[in-house]
Every structure is written in structure tokens, then in C-alpha cells.
Design a protein. Sequence first.
Length: 324
Amino acid sequence: MKTKVLALILTLLMLLTLCACGSSKASSVEAPMEEAMEMAYDGAYYAADTAQMAAASGLAPNARGASANTSAKTGSEVPEIDPEKIIYSANATVETTDFEAGLAAVEALVERFDAWIESSSVNGSNFYDISRGYASTRSASYTLRVPSERFQELMGTLSEIGNVPYTHVYTENVSAQYYDTQARMEAYKAQEARLLEMMDRAESVDDLISIESRLSDLRYEIESLQTSLNHWDRRVAYSSVYLELQEVREYTQDTPVQLGFGERLGRAFRSGIHGFVAFCQDAILWLAESLPALVLIALVLVVLLAVRKNRKKKKAAVKAAKQD
């Protein structure tokens, strides 16, 4: 009797064990689609954020933190096989005594270096300046885009246009930002491919809607990152030169920093003479321009004085007649 009871108990335990194993296996096989999508979607951001944190800390992510489908480039270091992404730009001022020839020289320079003009503006003399012979007030502003490999060569030939009193060259190394952005985009593309595979296996409308929503977010991120990469590529491939062309009567002369008292006194005296001569010339030009108006005003004053004098005579005559 005891043996039969013991056998019955063992049989029941075996049945319970088999039921538990079967339920756990079924639950592991039938994982919800939503959970899988969460893992795929969050994996993209985890991989991208891992690359970003690695770039900030200067360390590459380890094998545990990197996804199996992501690229080996993390953005923390510039890959040896890829060139550095350096943006060159410059500001320059060029003086010329022949403005038309200067404009033609700029156009020739653009064609010579396979560059192109992104924007330009020309400020000419106004009527007031032209009427007095002041032709040295015109200027032109250019934004030139030149291939980066010819940037230094172009900057060295600006003196062919005229005198160059000012130049300033800027450099910006965007290699770390560029390759970090590239790694993030590759991670997002890998997760996009995984979501597309899951869409093919989706069995309900709710799953399709959820996957499409996640794909829309990923594609927005990919397009945004691609736009940034394209912008950097254009700036790296073509350097910017902001050129100011000014027409002057005389070129700006380079002078030593330290000047003696005699030299400064002589320059002050010469400057005073030039200023006095310019003032006299401007006064004569003003008188010549204002002469017609001054003559007209003088005639009006003469007429008014004559009328006033005539009225006084009439009043005096009337007063004398009354007294008589």
C-alpha cells in the first residue's frame, strides 16, 4: 500500500514538472512583437549614444556595448584610412586704384582657380561724389568658393589684383564631429534594416502601425544626420574666401611701429597741409555748385530791398503832404 501511494506521488510530480517546462517554453517562443520592436528601436539609440559617449571620453566602446550590426567606427577617433575633415576660410581686403580693372581681375581669378562666386555686391559712387570728382569711394564684396586644394594658391595671388593690407585665415577641424555623426547614422541604418525585417513578419495591423511609427522616427534621424554630413562635405571640399575690393587714391603703406618725434611732426605737418588744401578745394567746389542758388537769392534780396525802399519813399511823401 505504501509503495502504491509513493508511486502515485512521484507520477504527479513528474506531470507537474512537464507542465511547467511546456508553459515556459511556449512563453519564450511566443514573445510579443512589441517587445522585439522596443529592443530593436532602443538598440539604435544605445549604439549611437555609446559612440557619442566614447567620443566625449576618448575611449572606444567595448565589445559588450557595441551592437553586432554597427560599424567599427565609433567617432571617438579619426580613422587612419579616412582623411581629416578641415574647413578653410579667409577674410581679405584688396586695394586698387583702377576699380574696373580690379573687378575684371577678380573675375579672371575665379575662372583661373575653378572657383565660383557665391554672392557679390558692388557699391558705386553717388551723384554728390561724382559731381566733385571723388571716384575713389567705390567698393565690392565677394564670397568666393574655391577648391580646398587650391585655397593657399589663390590666397597667394591676391596681390595680383592690388595692394593687400589685410588677410586672416581660419581653420576648423570637424573630423571628430563628422565621424561621430557618420557612426550614429550607420547605427540607425542597421536598426532600420532590422525593423524592415520585422515588418515582413508582422502578423497584425497594430504591429505594422507600431513598426511604421518607429521607422518614421529612425528615418527622420537618418535624414538629419545625412544633411549635416553633406553640409560638412561641401564646406571641406570648397573653402570660403570673403574678399573686399576697395578703390583708393593711394595704397596703404606699411609703416614701422616706432616713429621718431621728427618723423611724426613731419607727417602731422604734411597731413595738416593736405587737410587745408582739401578744405579749400571743397569750399570752392561748394561755392561753384551753389553759385546759381546764391545769384537767385541775391536777386530776390535786391528786389525786396527795392520794394521796401519804394514803400518808404511813398510813406514819406504821404506824410509830407499831410503836414502841408
